[in-house]
Design a protein around this ligand. Structure first.
Ligand SMILES: [Fe+2]
Length: 230
């Protein structure tokens, strides 16, 4: 499979296609990125670590399906920032340890893609990155949020991040649940194929995890150090 078999909409806008312009845009985006991740980490250490791992998994999928260097960069930044909208979460929600959430907590959670999009727009982030952030909770069957988009309506970058996001959420310890073993998490991803996740991307990702292992939970930079799958 290659990227052309998927809904391939990750290209940068025309204004950022020249290499020099791309480097300048990247430098500006990098400064914004550093500031945002600092703020995010001070609010919520889990989300910061989760963003780094999701970025690394998304990059691995992108490389495996043959996306371009610019598209890979989009995925790395989109993965890192996908939950940036959570920086406005209340302390009550960030420290919650219960599995059952109140209606107001659920509503607060569902707003984070929209808040992320608004924040990144103000910071002049590239549109494909914003799409990754805004659409990462859409589901193939249309039951996701914020827009309830279906299958091919969902941008490729958001579908890649969705697979990476699910897997990392399943394999890491949270205050309200123990992380699953990688083999069990891959099995869970399989059950989500078709309803939530893109079948081709999930297959590509599962093969990659079996070959190359997991990103470390306590990783402190974007260079991936990996754990073997057991
Ligand atoms: Fe999210």
């Amino acid at each position: 499979m290659d990227a052309t078999t998927l809904n391939h909409k990750l290209v940068f806008p025309a204004a950022v296609t020249g290499i020099q312009e791309f480097q300048q845009a990247s430098a500006e985006a990098f400064c914004n990125l550093a500031a945002l991740t600092l703020v995010m980490g001070s609010q919520d250490a889990y989300t910061q670590g989760h963003g780094r791992r999701v970025a690394a998994y998304a990059e691995r999928i992108a490389r495996r399906i043959g996306l371009s260097a610019e598209e890979i960069e989009t995925l790395r930044i989109g993965g890192l920032l996908h939950d940036i909208g959570k920086i406005t979460f209340s302390r009550k929600l960030l420290t919650n340890t219960r599995t059952r959430l109140s209606a107001s907590m659920r509503a607060e959670i569902r707003r984070h893609p929209e808040i992320g999009r608004e924040l990144l727009k103000v910071l002049n982030m590239a549109e494909p990155v914003i799409d990754c952030v805004y659409y990462h909770h859409e589901r193939l069957n249309g039951t996701g949020y914020p827009r309830g988009l279906k299958a091919d309506q969902i941008p490729l970058g958001a579908k890649i991040i969705s697979v990476a996001d699910c897997f990392d959420a399943l394999t890491t310890d949270r205050p309200y649940q123990r992380g699953k073993r990688p083999v069990d998490a891959l099995q869970t991803l399989k059950h989500l194929v078709g309803r939530n996740l893109c079948p081709e991307l999930t297959r590509v990702f599962s093969a990659d995890v079996r070959e190359n292992g997991l990103e470390r939970p306590l990783e402190t930079n974007l260079q991936s150090a990996r754990l073997v799958v057991v």
